[in-house]
Design a protein around this ligand. Structure first.
Ligand SMILES: C[S@@+](CC[C@H](N)C(=O)[O-])C[C@H]1O[C@@H](n2cnc3c(N)ncnc32)[C@H](O)[C@@H]1O
Length: 217
């Protein structure tokens, strides 16, 4: 897989089968912070619990961890990943996050594993397809929905997946994603989210869903 630098100087990879990069060219860490961490209010939460679809390079994980470590709060992070990257690849994808990189280096020593824990919190991985893995109910304060685009990776955006993500969220929990696709937004609404268009950084619009309505049975 080809590695290249995005505009904020942080690295990403190009996936030849999906024919897409793991992150936008405007900035891998930029998107992680401004969209996933901040639009879900994870950077303010006293006890954040994140559910992520697509762990990838762990950029979103490391950005959330950096924020938690800077504030002295514990992070609980559950990520679903059907195609985990090998350790040798992850080792070449350092980020300018002084606190989180130390923890990530320890994680990589035992990578891949289903659970990592320390004084910083806990990272659990479900190595499987988001359509098939069992998710906790009413657990997450935030969902980071970060598969490849609906065009090339449609199964990860299907209505039944969105309904299960809604059920995994606590009341008033927030889902964030870079996609602004109309069909996806309508499905998100039907899954029990109030749906908000938010201005993107380096992209016109992102989407935030808030778990305000009751999830469908
Ligand atoms: C855009 S990348 C994620 C980038 C990542 N969030 C990060 O911070 O580096 C998309 C990821 O979703 C994973 N993925 C795609 N379809 C999936 C599925 N059906 N179930 C679980 N993971 C999936 C891919 O293997 C890939 O690692």
């Amino acid at each position: 897989m080809e590695r290249f630098l995005t505009a904020d100087g942080t690295p990403t990879l190009y996936h030849p089968r999906y024919r897409e990069a793991y992150h936008p060219r405007q900035g891998a860490l930029l998107q992680a912070r401004r969209l996933y961490v901040e639009k879900t209010l994870t950077h303010l939460h006293p006890a954040p619990r994140v559910l992520e679809v697509g762990f990838g390079l762990g950029v979103n994980f490391r950005a959330a961890l950096e924020s938690a470590l800077a504030r002295g709060v514990r992070l609980r992070y559950l990520a679903v990943e059907k195609e985990p990257l090998p350790r040798e690849v992850l080792l070449r994808l350092a980020l300018p996050l002084p606190r989180a990189e130390g923890v990530f280096a320890e994680i990589l020593e035992a990578w891949p594993a289903e659970r990592f824990a320390g004084s910083w919190g806990e990272l659990r991985l479900l190595f499987g397809d988001i359509r098939e893995v069992a998710l906790p109910q009413a657990w997450a304060t935030a969902v980071f929905l970060d598969p490849f685009s609906p065009k090339v990776n449609p199964e990860a955006w299907e209505p039944p997946v969105l309904q299960r993500l809604r059920q995994a969220l606590r009341p008033r929990g927030r889902l964030a994603t870079y996609s602004a696709q109309g069909a996806f937004r309508r499905a998100l609404q039907r899954a029990g989210f109030s749906v908000h268009r938010v201005p993107g950084v380096g992209k016109r619009e992102w989407t935030v869903g808030i778990a305000v309505k009751a999830p469908p049975e």
